[in-house]
Design a protein around this ligand. Sequence first.
Ligand SMILES: N[C@@H](CCC(=O)N[C@@H](CS)C(=O)NCC(=O)O)C(=O)O
Length: 198
Amino acid sequence: MKLLGSSRSPYVQKCRIMLVEKGVSFDYEEVAPTHAEVMGGNPLGKIPTLIRDDGRGLYDSSVIVDYVDGVGGAPSLIPTEFESRIEVRRWEALGDGIMDAIVAIAHENRAPVEQRRGPDYFARFERKIDAGVAAMEHDLGAKPFCFGPAITLADVACASALLYLDRVMPELNWRAKHPVLAQHFARLQERPSLKALG
Ligand SMILES: N[C@@H](CCC(=O)N[C@@H](CS)C(=O)NCC(=O)O)C(=O)O
């Protein structure tokens, strides 16, 4: 299988972490969303797009991680038991939501000054990021992982969001307010799956 994406996309990084955690072998190609192969595999023209071995495209990141969890070996990073699965999926939604808010701010920062929507717009998305990171710290609590006794998609999603936050908005200095989450993230950063991102 081949993952099409860019290291600038947090949704792509989420899929790459998942692929390595699951020990699934894959090719990775650094491309823009407008690349012909992306358009061929994903009518929405977005990255990440996964091209399966039979040539069919798969999207978006939440479907790709589900697929990777299924085709990879044990252990499963997405629990099958209903309540557990919903909780891990909620963590994923939290990570994705933080990434969405950072993307909104990053887009706005790239817009010509006269077209920007002003401080209220920034504040709205910064509030989502602050509240999202606070929820991660709270929900992690004293646990060794975001959910259960070992790594799951919840940790993959959490790490993807925090990596992106560090890259795009380091000035937020989230570690000062969330030391427990900071320690967990530091441990996750030691894993080969995160180190492989370069
Ligand atoms: N919800 C999607 C988001 C993917 C996404 O928005 N990707 C961006 C790059 S970060 C993209 O391809 N944008 C190009 C476009 O929307 O035309 C996922 O989780 O995969």
